[in-house]
Design a protein around this ligand. Structure first.
Ligand code: PRX
Length: 595
């Protein structure tokens, strides 16, 4: 819905960033897509790096990187600019006129330089998780059609895979490693970049809606969904949300523990903090922070002011060392991301790292929204009354369709905002699903407002499972398992898990007696396609699955029985094969006894 006041509010926010050409227009609609500040020209690299140097922050630390061995590296804004200048030069030399570059890597200096170099040159980047295996990468290559892949993999199998497919899919490779040189790869490391001599050039003037990046995520289709973000609208929203929700300033030191291939790794590790001129600490393997001693040392050494953690890691920290008491006059703001933060965990987090009753900036957003849409604020007056909720909207001009005392409803955003994705790769039909007939944006989450007007999220309304904050669609899992020989039916549902939020449980019927072999194949395929977090908690083999008369597998029944195998199932009349319910109950009870 286009609301005049809200448009004016966001138009004023255009001054948060610098422009080569200031926009005069607020918004335009191109086919189905809203384009913010359409006639404006800017550059994200200029706003995040060059501008800070021009403002005298050249010697200030922009990034602190921590690798998997806890070796730390401090990079000033000036050094970062030098790397980006040189790397952008290399990209250009290697492949003229690229418009899509895939970056395969974790949160690291190499990945960050690659992202900013693309931004400088006006090339769209797509970071994919380093843990993804060849099949999953190939799927994304086919969707994206990149002209170049930048990787820092140490895995020879993956590197060979990239090389093998480079001719067929017509892309060049840059490999950040000293490996054997050959005809397809261009191998370099940071020292090569430092040694390279090239003259500095300015960031390309690009239109506001130039695609800054794509990110693949899961939805209720069987395919990964490529979400596309703009340059200007996205950057304005990133900066605004950092300031509003975390109180971020240029002297802030933020430790956002996120994979690079996640929206948090873009908005709150790089683009948001650097657009403010702050210092951002990134860690290659988020799981490393479970080395509590080393983690606390980083907080102390670098005088971290904002700590922003995935909920799964907060839960893990609590179980490893429930008695953490970290006190520092610098650390004032705590944030959480990715999934619901239970009140008890929020309380522990506040008590362990800052002060009793301090608010936790429990951030609610999605890959699609670009940045936080709801959360408590760093200095929220409601303090611990916000625990168990995601607080309030980022602005009175970002309105949801919820009212206080309303029952749980499907959440939708009523007013448009500049951080919203601007398109989906190969996704005309998918895009249309996001917008309802009133022009509201569907979040596919269910929630309600509590008596303090804070939003409580209840879970997804579609068949998307959230594990450690990662989204996986049931259908995507099922379509992968169905490719295994002898698997005739499959359904993937989720079950609550104390540490990881949810875990996947698979129900399957197969034409084989070789359960062990098929179980192994299912595990292998899920690992290859998604990574370790998708490994199922349990695989049940059944004679068939509960189906409607039209043949649709009833995931709802499987989910209900998993939660409580003794539950009375209503509406049994719509099930084609009723007897299967008893078999499922028996198997679940048997499994429960075994644990
Ligand atoms: O269901 C919501 C859940 O994660 C989904 C978005 O996942 P993704 O696009 O991968 O982005 C993750 C970056 C935050 C949402 O639709 N979710 C996210 N944050 C919260 C949440 N559920 C409850 N509380 C949250 N704070």
């Amino acid at each position: 819905m286009i609301d005049k006041k809200s448009l004016n509010f966001w138009y004023k926010k255009k001054d948060l960033i610098s422009w080569y050409k200031k926009p005069k227009k607020i918004i335009s609609k191109v086919q189905n897509y809203y384009h913010w500040f359409p006639d404006g020209k800017t550059n994200v690299y200029f706003n995040c790096i060059k501008k800070n140097i021009l403002k005298g922050l050249g010697n200030k630390i922009a990034l602190i990187t921590i690798d998997e061995n806890w070796s730390e590296n401090k990079i000033t804004y000036r050094d970062l600019d030098n790397y980006v200048q040189k790397f952008a030069f290399i990209i250009n030399k290697k492949s003229k006129n690229s418009n899509q570059i895939m970056i395969h890597g974790s949160a690291s200096i190499e990945t960050s330089i690659s992202m900013f170099s693309c931004a400088k040159l006006g090339i769209t980047h797509t970071v994919i998780f380093e843990e993804l295996q060849s099949e999953a990468i190939l799927k994304r290559i086919k969707l994206l059609k990149p002209q170049m892949i930048i990787t820092r993999t140490k895995n020879k199998k993956i590197l060979d895979f990239f090389k093998k497919n480079s001719k067929k899919y017509n892309y060049k490779i840059i490999h950040f490693q000293k490996l054997k040189l050959d005809k397809y790869t261009f191998n370099l490391n940071i020292n090569d970049i430092i040694r390279l001599k090239c003259s500095h050039t300015s960031g390309k003037e690009i239109l506001s809606n130039h695609h800054l990046f794509n990110l693949f995520t899961s939805g209720s289709t069987g395919e990964p969904k490529g979400i596309i973000h703009s340059s200007a609208g996205y950057l304005i929203y990133s900066k605004f949300s950092c300031q509003k929700k975390f109180g971020m300033k240029k002297n802030s030191i933020i430790f956002c523990v996120s994979d690079a291939g996640w929206i948090n790794g873009h908005t709150y590790s790089l683009y948001g903090p650097l657009s403010i001129g702050a210092t951002s600490i990134i860690i290659e393997k988020p799981i490393s922070i479970l080395n509590v001693k080393k983690f606390l040392k980083v907080l102390k050494t670098y005088k971290v002011t904002i700590l922003y953690l995935p909920v799964t890691l907060i839960r893990m920290l609590k179980s490893i060392d429930p008695n953490i008491k970290f006190r520092s006059k610098n650390l004032k703001t705590l944030g959480s991301m990715g999934e619901p933060l239970a009140s008890s965990i929020a309380k522990w987090y506040a008590n362990s790292f800052v002060k009793k009753n301090n608010p936790i900036v429990n951030t609610y957003f999605q890959t699609e929204t670009g940045g936080i849409i709801f959360s408590p604020e760093f200095n929220d007056k409601l303090k611990n009354k916000t625990y168990g909720t995601v607080g309030k909207s980022i602005s009175g001009y970002l309105k949801l369709n919820v009212k206080i005392k309303q029952k749980l409803i499907e959440l939708k955003i009523k007013t448009i905002w500049p951080g919203c994705m601007i398109n989906v790769i190969n996704g005309k039909k998918i895009w249309e699903k996001y917008w309802d007939k009133n022009g509201y944006f569907n979040l596919f989450d269910i929630g309600k407002l509590n008596k303090n007007h804070c939003l409580v999220i209840n879970g997804r309304s579609d068949d998307v499972i959230n594990i450690r904050g990662h989204r996986i669609g049931s259908e995507e899992i099922e379509s992968i398992i169905l490719k295994i020989k002898n698997v005739s039916e499959v359904s993937a549902v989720s079950i609550k898990d104390k540490i990881e939020g949810h875990k996947i449980v698979i129900f399957s019927s197969i034409n084989s007696k070789n359960f062990f072999e098929i179980e192994k194949k299912i595990n292998d395929e899920l690992y290859k396609n998604f990574g370790s977090y998708a490994l199922p908690k349990k695989i049940f083999f059944l004679s068939s699955l509960p189906k409607t008369r039209s043949g649709k597998i009833m995931r709802r029944i499987l989910r209900d029985l998993l939660e409580n195998p003794n539950k009375k199932i209503n509406n049994i009349s719509t099930i084609l094969n009723k007897k299967i319910i008893f078999e499922i109950k028996k198997e679940i009870v048997k499994d429960g006894k075994r644990r």
